[in-house]
Design a protein. Structure first.
Length: 668
């Protein structure tokens, strides 16, 4: 009887087959397939469900101590050169398989309610299945080359889903931005993979790590070249996991449907970068400078995302910058040589962030009944407030997510974030200080989101405010289009049930990583878990955890005073007193403006100049050649008289001309 790990290749296959079959049906019988939308959706959800069952079985085997399984076959060969492909199942992969299939399954169930009236319902489910399959294939990939194949498939699916509503300019531009920014990172990743193969002759993770280390030791590869290759490979995760300065695509990706925002931010695209860095830990551990670079980039990203989130009024973009910040925490852990801590935060963050994104979708779904389908109005928190009374399930689950991400014990976010801060304190104390400050900012902006959305009085019926927001965004004010007579109500069970399910691990899953007996660490790295348990000091833990909890509660209290009780006017206290800082944060550190000016407008200017060269130089040479040919032909036709005496005269004139020429030049 086969073990679950030996059948792990079926996990990405089921959703892939479902997506291919339905996709071909859409191409061939579009109208008919769209008429049977629910059976099609059920079949695709079932494919993800079967993959989830296999994933849980694989995880259960790894929990029982079953050795990792790797199956390879020769995909291409030429002489002694071979390229192996296949699949690998180990504790890290098992955790990710279970996480991705769980989140994907809940997102697809949620999508049934959220996308029920969308004309692209079947197409959306097809993209979701393909997206999930690509991420699952990436997880079981045994080497860098195979990972790169699925890496690009993940990028392609994100482009399709972010730009799902392609008839909206914002969605089309966001998809292009995500595609271009990720191409920058992927180009570096490809160069790094090819360079590592040149240096080591291997695509295997351990083979690359050992090979490059030995090559540096014997002098076959210079140290600077090895560092360059490692950093080039890291460019891929920088883009996929939205690390500074390649983070700019992720907030704009909110233009896509909310379910895909939840899937991207929780378990697929952004998780792929963190997962790859964890896979490459054997390589990066040989080069401390690379670890320092990763830690610094992660810390900058962590603080950047949190600081920008302070001023966001769009609910989804506030959550997006929160994700940027939390991804920075994960990369900080990776740079500190603590991949287990980073992966633990990835898991805990996936549950509560998926819950909050789906909760935001529930809010937007309800707001559209009042203000219409214009995203500027349906997602702006200035038009929300008081939703807890109308949407209790959404409000309670969102509140649980806010507590979890703020690092309040004993919820999940406390244990994973505290583990990262503890590792940073022991490795890079300055980076720990930045991470600690960011924890306070996180607590503040998350509870700011909660109070603006769910507490106070409802502001969505203020037509003057609606018109002002539309005017500020440069939209034409059309009351009939943007205003609806609907009422607020809780979302259907297909949307609320995933929220309730996700709330359970958001509260409890962190208990698997308590530092004195971390079951999560023991699964991924038993040796490290035993050493950590032996070195654990309760006094040191209380000191660091106490500082983290204290600063988180400080942020929560300020948010309560400012937005819950209205006792503090932050606009007068901060925004009007420090307008330059407020403008800096409101304009997202001006990074989007810099990208627009240097890269977007710069590339367009370069394209125009190239076009000018093409039109005036290249086309000019071609056109001149044609004119010369035409002119010479027109002139020579008069010499074609057909009279032998005339031809003899021409030859005689030519001879006389040559004699005269040589006479002038003189003897040589």
């Amino acid at each position: 009887m086969h073990s679950a790990a030996e059948l792990a290749w079926l996990i990405p296959l089921f959703p892939l087959l479902g997506a291919v079959v339905v996709g071909l049906g859409l191409i061939s019988f579009n109208r008919r397939i769209n008429q049977v939308r629910k059976p099609v959706a059920i079949s695709l959800v079932s494919c993800i469900g079967i993959s989830a069952i296999f994933s849980y079985a694989v995880l259960w085997e790894q929990l029982r101590g079953v050795p990792p399984v790797e199956h390879l076959f020769v995909w291409a060969s030429a002489g002694n050169f071979t390229i192996p492909m296949g699949y690998v199942v180990d504790p890290l992969g098992a955790v990710m398989l279970a996480l991705v299939t769980t989140i994907a399954l809940l997102v697809m169930i949620y999508s049934h309610g959220y996308m029920a009236h969308d004309k692209g319902y079947v197409r959306f489910f097809t993209y979701l299945a393909l997206f999930s399959s690509s991420m699952l294939g990436l997880i079981v990939s045994p080497n860098l080359l195979e990972i790169y194949v699925f890496w690009e498939l993940v990028g392609m699916c994100s482009y399709l889903l972010v730009g799902f509503w392609y008839d909206r300019d914002g969605a089309a531009h966001a998809a292009q931005k995500a595609f271009v920014v990720n191409r920058v990172g992927d180009f570096g990743l490809l160069l790094g993979i090819l360079g590592l193969f040149w240096a080591t002759g291997s695509f295997d993770f351990n083979g690359i790590a050992l090979g490059l280390s030995e090559a540096v030791d014997i002098g076959a590869v210079p140290g600077w070249a090895a560092l360059t290759l490692c950093l080039l490979v890291f460019m891929g995760p920088m883009a996929k996991s939205a690390q500074f300065p390649l983070h700019v695509w992720l907030p704009d990706a909110m233009e896509g449907p909310t379910p895909i925002s939840a899937l991207i931010h929780a378990a697929t695209m952004v998780a792929a970068g963190v997962f790859l860095v964890a896979r490459l830990e054997p390589l990066y551990s040989h080069f401390p400078v690379v670890g320092l670079v990763i830690a610094v980039v992660g810390t900058i990203t962590c603080f950047l995302g949190a600081s920008i989130a302070l001023t966001q009024m769009d609910l989804k973009k506030g959550l997006a910058y929160s994700t940027v910040s939390q991804l920075g925490y994960m990369m900080l852990a990776m740079g500190c040589g603590a991949p287990v801590a980073g992966m633990f935060h990835l898991v805990t963050h996936a549950f509560f962030k998926a819950m909050m994104f789906l909760g935001s979708g529930s809010v937007i779904h309800a707001m559209e009944a009042v203000v219409g389908h214009e995203p500027i109005l349906a997602q702006d928190m200035r038009l929300m407030g008081g939703l807890r009374k109308k949407m209790p399930i959404t409000a309670i689950t969102f509140f649980v997510g806010c507590i979890a991400i703020s690092g309040v014990p004993p919820l999940a976010g406390f244990w994973s974030k505290d583990e990262i801060l503890g590792q940073a304190f022991n490795t890079y104390p300055i980076l720990w200080l930045v991470g600690l400050l960011t924890a306070g900012l996180t607590a503040f902006y998350m509870f700011r989101l909660y109070f603006l959305t769910f507490e106070g009085s409802f502001r969505g019926n203020d037509e003057n405010l609606q018109k002002q927001l539309l005017a500020d965004a440069g939209k034409e004010i059309e009351d009939e289009e943007h205003h609806s007579a609907g009422t607020l109500h809780e979302s259907p069970w297909s949307m609320t049930s995933p929220l309730i399910v996700l709330a359970v691990p958001s509260v409890l899953i962190g208990l698997l990583g308590v530092p004195w007996n971390s079951k999560f660490s023991f699964l991924l790295n038993p040796v490290e878990a035993i050493e950590a348990a032996e070195k654990f000091h309760f006094g040191e833990f209380l000191t660091l955890a106490g500082a983290s909890v204290a600063i988180s509660f400080t942020g929560i209290i300020i948010a309560v005073m400012a937005y819950g009780l209205n006792r503090i006017d932050l606009k007068k206290l901060f925004a009007e007193r420090f307008p330059s800082i407020n403008s800096f944060l409101s304009n997202k550190w001006y990074l989007d403006d810099i990208n627009e000016k240097i890269f977007v407008k710069g590339s367009r200017r370069l394209a125009r100049e190239v076009l000018e060269v093409d039109a005036k130089v290249v086309d000019g040479v071609v056109n001149l050649t044609g004119l010369l040919t035409l002119g010479s032909g027109e002139g020579l036709k008069y010499f074609e008289t057909g009279r032998a005496q005339f031809y003899a005269l021409v030859v005689f004139a030519g001879v006389i001309a040559l004699v005269a020429l040589f006479g002038v030049l003189g003897p040589t």
